[in-house]
Each structure stands twice: as C-alpha cells, then as structure tokens.
Design a protein around this ligand. Structure first.
Ligand SMILES: Nc1ncnc2c1ncn2[C@@H]1O[C@H](COP(=O)(O)OP(=O)(O)OP(=O)(O)O)[C@@H](O)[C@H]1O
Ligand SMILES: [Mg+2]
Length: 407
C-alpha cells in the first residue's frame, strides 16, 4: 500500500516545483525593480547636492576673482579646494577654457592631446547641465565688464551609483544561471549513480535465487510424480521471465552494445508476448511499409520500452481499444516507430511532466515507465522519444526515433 503515497504527493511535487520557479522569478524581478528604484532616489538626492556644491564653488570663484582686498581669499579657496570630486571646467565668454578641475589628465600627454581631451569633456558637460554664470566686476565701480562660465558633470561616485544596480543585477543573474547549471548537473550525476547502482544491485541479487531455482527445476524434472503435471513447464516460464528481468536490469547498469535488428520482427515479438496477457478487447495492429527496416537496438532494453508504452496505452484506454504501432523510415536515415492508442489522451497541462521521474496520475503508478523509456532511448540508443500528438478522449501517439542500420 506504500504505492498509494507516491501518486498524489509526486503530482503535488511537480505542481509545487513549477510554482516555486515562478515565485523565485517574480521575487527576483521585484528585488531588481526595488534596487533600481531606491538607487534612483539616492542618485536624485546626490545630484542635487552636487549641483548645490558646484553653485557654491562658482560663487566662491566669483568672489575670489572679484575680490582685491584678499580678505576672503582664504575662505573661498577653502571652498574651491573642497571641491575635489566634481569635474568642472571654467570657460570665458567665448567658450575658451580658462581652467579645469578634477579631470584626470595624463602628465605624459602633449598639450594638444590635453586640449582635445578637455574639449571633449566640455562637450559632454554641455550636454549634462546648464553652466553657472560668473560675473566679473570692476572693483571700483562694481560694474560687470565680463562673464565666465562654470561647466560641470556628475562626479565619478554618482556615475558609479547610477550604473551600480544594473551591474549588480547582471552579476547576480550570471551567478544564478551558473548555479542553476551546476545544480542541475550535479543532480543529474547523482540520479545517474542511483539508477546504475540500484539496477546493478537488483540484477546481482536476483542472480543467486534464479540459479538456485534452475537447479531445483532439474530435481523436480526427475521426480516421476511431478513430471507429468505440467508444473515444471510453468515454473520454467516464470524463471525465463525472471531471467529477462535480470537481463534488463543488468543492461541498464552497464553500457549495452547495440546491434542491427529487424524492427518489424522485434515489434511483433513484443506484441506476441503482450497480447495473451491483456484483455481480449485490446486490439494490437502493427503496420510497416517494409518488413526489412533495421535499426541499431539493444533488444532487451528496447522491448522494455515498448512494453512500458503499451502498458500506459492500455491504462489510458481502460478495457477496450486499439494500439497501433507503425514503423516508418524518416529523414536522414532515421527509423520512426509510432505507438498510438485510442485512450483518454494526455491533458495539455501535464504534457511537459510525463517524462519526469515520479510523475504519475495513477493510483498505483510509480511514474517511472516513461522516465525509463526516455533514458533507454536517449542514453543507450542515442535516439529520441516524445509525445507526437495527444487529443483528449481520442488518443495519444508516442514517437520513437532511432538510427537505422545498413542491413
Ligand atoms: N498513452 C497515454 N495516454 C494517456 N496518458 C499517458 C499515456 N502515457 C503516459 N501517460 C501519462 O503520463 C504519466 C506518466 O507515465 P509513466 O509511465 O512514466 O508512469 P505511470 O504509468 O503513471 O507509472 P509506472 O509506469 O511507473 O507504473 C501517467 O501517469 C499518465 O498520466
Ligand atoms: Mg507507465
């Protein structure tokens, strides 16, 4: 009865898992927007302060230029020298540069290079803010006889603050993406280890009782009382089934070698095995245009895939319906096998989950049949398996793509 626990809880797990992804995404976007918003408030405040500072700086310059009595030079120079972070350029009325402040000029540059650099800076300052006017006055009459202009732009600190949240978001996104890949990779590696370990161990554990059973059958065969009752034959069948299971498990645990197989005969073999074991109202049909299509296959594992697909088809159809298997030649030397049923179909909302381990909608399902099929087809056969089409209450078609072989 432990099986019952698996179904609803694993279904919830996939629902929650996708919800969790959305929640994380939405929270990340909100944090990013919040970060940009609050930095923007800081930037505005700092911009205003820098503007005030430059205006003070300009006034101090004006005083120091106009003052002839030297009594306020000390104070104004204090203010002028305090501006050691906002880049400024003072120009005369005609726009010629008088001096610059807080602009990094490499001392090794030639004069013309420095001029060129300053002109470029001036051009960018003109785009940033309106210049502040400085009035030059005649000390005696206090009449304005000339004008100068202070141009400025954001300090390096402010510029950094503006781009900071974007760099932060970029770095965090890269980090998040790499962590996601690393997490996924290690999870896949772990899953692989569990698959291989568990299947090898199962095959190993089954080996001993099977050989022992085979020896017991020989003993029974010699017993005249039992020999004619058909018991030995039945036991023999069961043992062969056990051997097949063991072979499947041990193949999953190792790297199986593929060989060229006739697909039509193989499919017929599986159908021949399944038909007597399912309800007589389940009808199997096998179609092919050529009975000689060959593909590179590991038969025990491939039969397992077909069995799983047919079992799912039967579950979807209930007691009556048709399973049609079509073998076709695809492009680029591919062999296509379509397995269609006339069952209830797969709802679109769960379509992306059906191959995930543990996903099931059945009371007594493990949600492993399609995971196993995908693993066998993609990992061991370098092929593809997917839902080709599915219509609710009409049926589903799974497609397997394999590499064909020459013969
Ligand atoms: N042919 C199909 N028609 C409708 N639904 C299907 C079909 N094949 C698979 N599904 C859906 O995909 C789910 C996962 O299938 P899968 O074979 O992996 O697990 P399961 O059949 O539920 O359990 P298990 O195969 O481990 O016993 C099923 O529970 C079912 O909802
Ligand atoms: Mg199944």
């Amino acid at each position: 009865m432990a099986r019952k626990i698996a179904s609803p809880s694993s279904f919830d797990f996939y629902q929650n898992n996708t919800n969790l992804k959305w929640i994380i995404l939405v929270v990340s976007v909100l944090i990013s927007i919040g970060s940009i918003y609050f930095t923007d408030i800081l930037v505005k405040e700092l911009k205003e302060r820098e503007g005030n500072q430059v205006r003070l700086f300009a006034r101090a310059l004006e005083y120091s230029i106009n003052d002839t009595e030297n009594n306020i030079v000390f104070i104004t120079e204090e203010i002028i020298n305090k501006n050691n972070f906002i880049p400024t350029i003072l120009t005369d009325k005609k726009g010629a540069i008088v001096f610059s402040n807080n602009i990094d000029l490499d001392p090794t540059w030639s004069k013309s290079k420095k001029d060129e650099y300053l002109q470029a800076e001036l051009a960018s300052m003109k785009k940033s803010f309106q210049p502040i006017e400085i009035l030059l006055k005649d000390p005696a009459t206090q009449k304005v006889f000339d004008k100068q202009y202070v141009y400025y732009k954001n300090s390096f600190l402010l510029t950094q603050l503006i781009v900071y949240p974007y760099i932060q978001i970029l770095v965090l996104s890269i980090f998040g993406f790499i962590s996601y890949l690393a997490f996924n990779y290690s999870r896949t590696a772990e899953q692989n280890q569990v698959w291989v370990g568990l299947t090898k161990e199962t095959a190993h554990q089954l080996g001993t009782p099977i050989s022992s059973l085979m020896a017991w059958i020989e003993v029974l065969r010699d017993d005249p009382d039992i020999r004619n009752k058909g018991i030995v034959e039945e036991l023999d069948k069961d043992i062969r089934k056990l051997q097949m299971v063991t072979e499947r498990f041990s193949s999953i645990g190792s790297a199986p070698t593929l060989r060229s197989e006739n697909v039509y005969s193989l499919v017929n073999r599986v159908v021949g095995y399944l038909q007597p074991r399912v309800s007589s109202k389940i009808n199997f049909e096998v179609y092919t245009l050529s009975e000689t299509i060959h593909a590179m296959i590991h038969p025990p594992l491939f039969e397992w895939v077909l069995e799983n697909l047919c079992k799912n088809a039967i579950d979807a159809m209930g007691s009556t319906g048709t399973i049609a298997i079509k073998i076709l030649r695809g492009n680029e030397g591919k062999v296509l096998i379509d397995i269609s049923d006339t069952g209830k179909g797969i709802p679109k909302t769960i379509l992306s989950n059906v191959f995930k381990p543990g996903f099931t909608t059945k009371k007594r399902g493990w949600g492993l049949g399609l995971t196993l099929a995908k693993r066998i087809i993609e990992l061991y056969h370098q092929g593809k398996i997917f839902v080709k089409s599915s219509e609710e209450n009409e049926g589903t078609t799974f497609r397997i793509e394999l590499k064909s072989s020459t013969n």
